[in-house]
Design a protein around this ligand. Sequence first.
Ligand code: ACO
Length: 331
Amino acid sequence: MYQSKITGTGKYHPEKVLTNDDLSKMVDTSDEWIIQRTGIKERRQSDLTKDEFPSGMAYHSAKEAIENAGLEPNDIEMIVFSVTLPDMLFPNTASCLQDKLGITNKCACIDVNAACTGWVYGMTMANSLIQTGVYKNILVVGTEMTSTFNNWEDRSTCVLFGDGSGSVVLSRADDNDTAKIYDSVLSSDSSKLDALILPNGGSKSPVTAEILEKREQYMSMDGQVIFKNAVKTMSSHCATLLKRNNLTLDDIDWFIPHQANLRIIETTGQLLKCPPEKVIVNVEKYANTSSASIPAALHEAVIDGRIKRGQKLLFAAFGAGLTSGAMLLEF
Ligand code: ACO
């Protein structure tokens, strides 16, 4: 069996900044409420005239990840693209990205939808394909344009989300490499599908004039159900990974949880007994960018020098479904 390692990272966030004060002019909220409940100060919002839809944002983060891996676009043998609301229903967003990157080798392209957990699902699938010798270089992207399913008149959800993209290249490790993916765990609890849902706009319930009139084309969420399940499941998946790999939190250099909101991040860290100084947090700048949040936070910490080669990392994610996943690796 081969091992895989992260060889390159990249990220992209739209230029347009939407502050809490901007939102307080749109809905009945305040900077103070948003910071106290979520830790979020601002988020980025896509501009379609600048091609900031999923494949357009991913172009920038993927290009950077491929360059940082020391590869050419045509070295990529598969694109795994985590996205909740794709560019269009078909063709898939991974194929659109292949075109944008100028990849002409006809590499495999697939979209993954596991909501905010999608990138961890994608990494787990890509790791298996490298371990079994099918591919040597896979681009794993997490990109979300949450501003399209956000109801900008609903203060309980619109303050939480932002747009962005993060990418990594996962490559076959050399025999003498210590860097590798150690393990991952994935789950989904379908008993709570309604807790975070966008029920309309798919085949089961296409958008009609009536749905638009009632403004039911947007997501809805039971925040407290999400909160409780997110902290419980992410911390328990991390504990499982540590236990079955005979490691403790002392062995972990950095914990990168899904950047849902600061209270979820802090509570998960507390349940895991992870010292706050080991937790990577950037939710205050970008809000919840769903499946883009972990790869973008990873890239930021690699670029500013916090994350170094040889360090052990722990990722944990949670989202609609209710999906969840965690991954343990040496960078
Ligand atoms: N500004 C001001 N007041 C608000 C706002 C707002 N933006 N949103 C809600 N309120 C009000 C409510 O109307 C309510 O008022 P009421 O008491 O008069 O009825 C009051 O604040 C309390 O509302 P709650 O929903 O009970 O507030 P809570 O303390 O649960 O915080 C929050 C809400 C921040 C959404 C919290 O439940 C949470 O963090 N949930 C997790 C949700 C999440 O992160 N989802 C992301 C997607 S899933 C994922 O990525 C893991």
